[in-house]
Design a protein around this ligand. Structure first.
Ligand code: ADE
Length: 231
């Protein structure tokens, strides 16, 4: 891949990327600042998508159309759904799905996008394997590969966590991954989502998120660096 998009939703999630870039050129489009430059010898575009699926979708399409990125790596934090995951642990997306897509009154299963071929978007196997290997090297025993769920909701309830984990099979929940994944799928662009757990999406999630987002963002960043060095 000649040009990679390295993106996150919030400042905390991209600041270490920006700090390690050189020859940076900035362009603003749709209110998003796109930073083109080099990162460990690779041509990259780094940006903060903003929070939520619409922000992430628009940003991803611009990265593909205007900047010609050939692969997308998303880095950031998430709420843990899998009971084995602790704060700081890492998830590599095998695939992503929107948990808030709900057309059940019309007979579609939860998470299914009506009339589309796909509602679960598979991540690129090469990026996934590389991410898992990189994660294991840096954080042995703390990396899980699995389904990432996304929705325009900050989850902070144990009951909802149980449903998302058992009913939809998610290992973690966040607010952008499935949207990036769908746009990448629509454009046949490989992607992977990397997330470090800032909280457990339970009653303490808001407190944990505030306390652990910086550390979790750093953990996820370290995986990106290791992956890009191997590419
Ligand atoms: N990102 C980090 N924690 C989250 C949560 N609990 N719900 C949604 N997105 C998150």
């Amino acid at each position: 891949w000649n040009k990679l998009a390295l993106i996150g939703a919030m400042n905390e999630e991209i600041e270490l990327l920006v700090a390690h870039m050189s020859d940076v050129r900035e362009t603003v489009k749709a209110g998003i600042t796109f930073r083109e430059g080099t990162y460990f010898g690779k041509e990259v575009v780094v940006c903060r998508t903003g929070v939520g699926k619409v922000n992430a979708a628009v940003t991803t399409q611009i990265l593909i159309d205007k900047f010609g990125v050939e692969a997308v790596i998303f880095t950031g934090v998430a709420g843990a759904l899998d009971p084995e995951l602790n704060i700081g642990d890492l998830v590599v997306s095998s695939e992503c799905m929107q948990h808030d897509m709900d057309v059940t009154p019309l007979g579609f299963a939860r998470g299914i996008i009506p009339y589309e071929v796909k509602s679960v978007f598979e991540a690129d196997s090469k990026l996934v394997d590389l991410a898992v290997a990189s994660g294991e090297k840096l954080f042995a025993g703390k990396v899980k590969k699995g389904r990432v769920l996304s929705g325009d909701q900050f989850i902070a309830s144990r009951e909802i966590v149980a449903g998302l984990n058992t009913e939809l099979g998610g290992v973690c929940v966040e607010m952008e991954g499935a949207s990036v994944a769908q746009v990448c799928s629509m454009n046949a662009i490989p992607y992977v989502v990397l997330r470090s757990m800032s909280d457990k999406a339970d009653g303490s999630a808001h407190v944990n998120f505030a306390e652990f987002t910086v550390q979790a963002s750093e953990n996820s960043y370290k995986m990106v660096e290791e992956i890009v060095k191997q590419l």
